[in-house]
Design a protein around this ligand. Structure first.
Ligand SMILES: [Zn+2]
Length: 298
């Protein structure tokens, strides 16, 4: 069992770090130790869009947005939280939920442990309540560093619990999706989370509570086909890839070429899926404005 591996490796409890401020040091988790061999690679990053070689520290200080061409690099769940939430306002929920290996899928336990070590978190989503410019809100962020934010039972359960608490507390919900889709290692239990999260959002909607979905790079598969697409307002980050299936599979199935730029946030906005594309630096103020409009206070 994965829980046993946690015990053996002393990773039983992972206390969430409180959000002290929105400084650059919060933007991505620091690796626990770096060998001499690893050090040079972690200092510099090449921008995949403009090719500029960026000093990693400068990139972190700029919220992981390229200082030359504004390409949005992926960012950790806690990095996003630090950029969005008011200082010390975050209360994390359901940290005790740990994924088991119900199907005894070959290699899954090892993958979970690896993901835990890479991300410093226990699962592919971070949930809780916080304030954005003094407005109370329920937040969820997929963690790209944990199996690319794929949705297994715990991810689905944490999102549903967050939505149900939002209903109890009469609060709006904002979910940041970053996900490769459903988690194959949990089979049908993973696919079941699509219906479960969608049903919970249906209840939220019945209570006339606002749900803003923010799609970030990449959002695919079972997550696109469930909670990520069900927002009252759909926002995307620039250059985020958003779709259901990857382009190669579509081309093989449909036997036709995809249009240029298909599956980018910009293409999806042009074709009506996305309402707004918002730069990371403006995300906090845009969300605050939207939340305020729906409070009737603006
Ligand atoms: Zn660039």
């Amino acid at each position: 069992m994965f829980k046993d591996i946690f015990k053996k490796t002393r990773y039983v409890t992972i206390q969430p770090a409180p959000v002290q401020n929105r400084s650059s040091s919060e933007i991505s988790p620091q690796p626990p130790t770096l060998s001499k061999k690893e050090l040079p690679d972690s200092l510099w990053v090449k921008c995949p869009k403009c090719g500029e070689v960026l000093f990693n520290k400068d990139l972190e200080e700029n919220a992981r947005v390229c200082t030359k061409c504004e390409y949005h690099f992926r960012i950790s769940a806690r990095g996003r939280l630090a950029l969005l939430a008011d200082e010390n306002s975050f209360e994390e929920w359901d940290t005790e939920l740990i994924t088991l290996d119900p199907l005894e899928f070959p290699g899954y336990e090892g993958k979970l442990l690896e993901a835990h070590e890479k991300s410093g978190t226990t699962e592919g989503v971070l949930t809780g309540r916080a304030k954005i410019e003094e407005i109370p809100v329920v937040l969820a962020f997929n963690e790209a560093n944990f199996m690319m934010g794929s949705m297994g039972s715990v991810v689905g359960e944490k999102i549903v619990r967050a939505i149900e608490r939002a209903i109890e507390l009469s609060l709006p919900v904002v979910i940041f999706s970053t996900s490769g889709g459903a988690r194959m290692q949990e089979g049908i239990l993973s696919l079941y989370q699509m219906a479960k999260t969608s049903a919970a959002l249906g209840k939220l909607s019945d209570k006339h509570l606002l749900y803003i979905s923010v799609l970030t790079d990449p959002t695919f598969g079972g997550v696109t086909a469930s909670y990520a697409s069900l927002g009252d307002i759909l926002i995307a980050e620039p250059n985020a890839l958003i779709g259901f299936t990857g382009p190669r599979v579509i081309m093989q199935t449909m036997r036709q070429e995809l249009p240029t730029g298909a599956q980018t946030a910009e293409f999806n906005q042009e074709h009506g899926l996305i309402d707004l594309i918002v730069q990371r630096a403006q995300m906090r103020s845009v969300l605050a404005r939207l939340l305020r409009y729906h409070q009737g206070g603006a």
